[in-house]
Design a protein around this ligand. Structure first.
Ligand code: NAP
Length: 250
């Protein structure tokens, strides 16, 4: 799918693989300058050599406080503006609630929700200046149906509420804020589940819940992220778009 992002600067967190990497590649293909944020510097450096436009790698751990200001500083130093913020980085833990630790809950809420909110906040005035937009990547897990994902589900529910709240708060600044909620998408995020329950078992059985009968690809999620980030979605804000092959349809 082709989008026009010429002259746009986009910051994508969780850019080193999976949905984030696919989003980076599509934004770049549309002409954007992309700032890639994640911990795996080598992986991001491998991606940027294949990009068409000038880009920037900011390797940092989002669970550290100071990284938020660093991401803005490095973006402004290099590109002097931001048009698109994609909050995509996340940690996912599958553990029964009765075994949850405060540390695990804190880390999940910190990376998935608090730091996403902080990035919206530190980039707010820059986004007002460009009438930019934000796409927060949440999850169908926000509906709470998955089980054993309490902190993760809560973080994604929080992110959806944040999108709606900011869309109202910043509409009069011309800034749009939306969420994309993927269902089953084949990425490294599933490795721990594969190890626990067996890869074949998970691949075959989880898909039975999907009316379209297949796992999603990172590119299929990135298509919708890029649509919302593009001017084609200029009249769309405060929405949570599920990209789940119909899994949560009722
Ligand atoms: P993934 O392959 O595990 O990628 C996660 C990304 O987040 C990686 O680039 C990782 O980079 C980054 N990240 C994690 N912790 C970080 C930290 N502390 N600091 C900086 N970066 C960090 O996951 P994915 O499947 O592409 O998921 C992308 C988004 O889609 C997430 O928000 C996820 O919740 C959501 N989602 C995915 C699915 C699915 O089925 N895959 C379903 C629903 C929602 P480094 O390790 O290099 O830091």
């Amino acid at each position: 799918m082709g989008f026009n992002f010429k002259g746009k600067v986009a910051v994508v967190t969780g850019a080193s693989r999976g949905i984030g990497e696919a989003t980076v590649r599509q934004l770049d293909a549309g002409g954007a300058n992309v700032v890639l944020v994640a911990r795996s510097k080598d992986k991001m450096n491998e991606i940027v050599v294949e990009l068409e436009n000038e880009s920037l790698v900011v390797d940092c751990d989002l669970s550290a406080d100071r990284t938020i200001d660093l991401i803005r500083l490095r973006t402004m130093e290099k590109f002097e503006k931001i048009d698109i913020l994609v909050n995509n980085a996340a940690v996912e833990r599958n553990e029964p609630a009765h075994r949850a630790t405060a540390q695990a809950i804190d880390e999940t809420l910190l990376v998935n929700l608090r730091q996403a909110f902080m990035l919206c906040s530190v980039f707010a005035k820059d986004l007002f200046a460009t009438k930019g937009n934000i796409v927060n990547v949440s999850s169908t897990a926000a509906a709470g149906a998955g089980g054993t994902q309490g902190a993760y589900a809560a973080s994604k529910g929080g992110l959806n509420t944040l999108s709606k709240n900011l869309s109202n708060e910043w509409a009069n600044k011309g800034v749009r804020v939306n969420s994309v909620a993927p269902g089953l998408c084949l990425t490294e995020m599933w490795e721990p589940t594969f190890e626990l329950l067996g890869e074949e078992n998970v691949l075959e059985n989880f898909v039975k819940r999907v009316p379209l009968g297949k796992w999603g690809t990172p590119e299929e999620i990135a298509n919708v992220i890029c649509f919302l980030a593009s001017d084609l979605a200029s009249y769309v804000t405060g929405q949570i778009i599920r990209v789940d092959g119909g899994m949560l349809n009722i």
